[in-house]
Design a protein around this ligand. Sequence first.
Ligand code: COA
Ligand code: ZN
Length: 486
Amino acid sequence: MGGVGGERPGSLRVGLLDSTLREGEQTPGVSFTVEQKLEIARLLDQAGVAMIEAGHPSVAPDVREAVRRIIGLKREGIIRGAEIVAHSRAARSDIEEAASLEPDRVAIFYGVSDIHLRYKHRVSREEALSIIGEMVEYAREHGVKVRFTAEDATRADYGFLVEAVRAARDAGADRVSIADTVGIATPYAMRRLFESLRRDVPGVEYDVHAHNDLGLAVANSLAAAEGGATIIHVTVNGLGERAGIAPLEQVAVALKRHYGVEVVDLKLIPQLSRLVERYSGVPVPPNAPVVGENAFIHKAGVHVAGVLRNPETYEPYPPEWLGRTRDYTIDKYTGRRGLQARLERLGVRVSEEELQKILQEVKRRSGARWLRDEDLLEIAEEVTGRALRPRPPEEIEALVTVKCEANVYTTSVARRLSVIPGVEEVAEVTGENDILLRVRARSPVELNQVVEAIRGTRGVRETYTMLVLRRIPLSDGARPQAAGRG
Ligand code: COA
Ligand code: ZN
């Protein structure tokens, strides 16, 4: 593949930590139920994330309960691969509560920038270092793996950040998360930061936690991975505090597209996104990358003409990666090629001259919205003077089930029913009902008359009518049944 990107296939060793249940629930207005969290966690595990940050048990009873039950799913082998992480402040009470649930790992966060030290924690740098060391050690004494999160690391003094990471490592943390808490890093700085940390504090693995305040979370996460981060924190649909963090779907696709690394089963992404959209109540905008409605819908005629010849002309990667499909809209931006292809898909053949006229009409009529296939066919009918749309059915077929009165001989009722005009077939059946009839009528009115005659027949107690939709013969040039976009 030429051009920019994709030049380092297989060059990264990286996995995802999904924090939809912890960071994601910090989205204003979002609160998942325990059951919803279990469902999301299972799907995340199925997709193949390396870690699930299940929550901060000290926050609320239901958060604790969700973390407890997700750990239970792991223990039962229902969640198979993902490491379960519980969140905690650098405080004994939080750590005890988290560790008592026996997660795979406790993640202890502590602000390391001077702003956080001075205004939030109100401690000196020296005090901070001893708190970090003590708390990591305290958690380790509970027999869990520990990640230390250096909160606001991107605004911290680099020398002090190194000391904090060292303190955590020396106290027994095997992972350190570098948090760009207010999303102010740039990709180049981020890559250098991770390269430097790996050089200055080896012997520990690094996570990146990138907030999206300036829309750089994905870029910064990829840069961190290039710099040596082995876990990228994500949430489904990019949920989280303020503008959220790096979206799982974007990071996963970018890792495959640019580095040839498949960190999750991409085909589960649309399902994950819809599930989280529904449970969070935060709608995915149509223009959202990867999971948005428009991600693989083309509009401009020039684009559509290109895509019809080869989708690569206007797609960075095929929708099939996600189990999605491509499409294009018909409106005033449509060109001849796209229009012709759409008409062909609808089973309509037109001359070059007709095509031009239809195109003119499309451009004249469509305002802000695109045309439905139905609207397009109507225009095509007007221009060509041919009937192109399926006509309403010429015949109605129905199944009528009959229950007989308790004391009658079913066979004689069936015989009486068989002579009613419109009744085509009669069968005695076993089960809930006694007789099944196939009825044909030329109109709803006629169908009603037949059903009334059935009801009025001696021995009939009850009837139930089901309409049977039938394929009807199409006139010449009409479209096949299954055509058209949904
Ligand atoms: N480690 C230790 N203490 C911390 C801390 C940390 N990483 N971060 C903040 N604190 C302290 C603050 O200094 C403050 O202490 P103070 O009351 O002595 O000033 C306190 O924690 C935070 O204030 P507040 O939230 O009002 O305290 P609280 O005890 O009522 O509630 C929580 C604490 C964690 C239960 C509550 O804030 C909560 O439910 N938070 C949601 C989760 C969350 O904030 N997550 C952040 C993830 S980045
Ligand atoms: Zn965060």
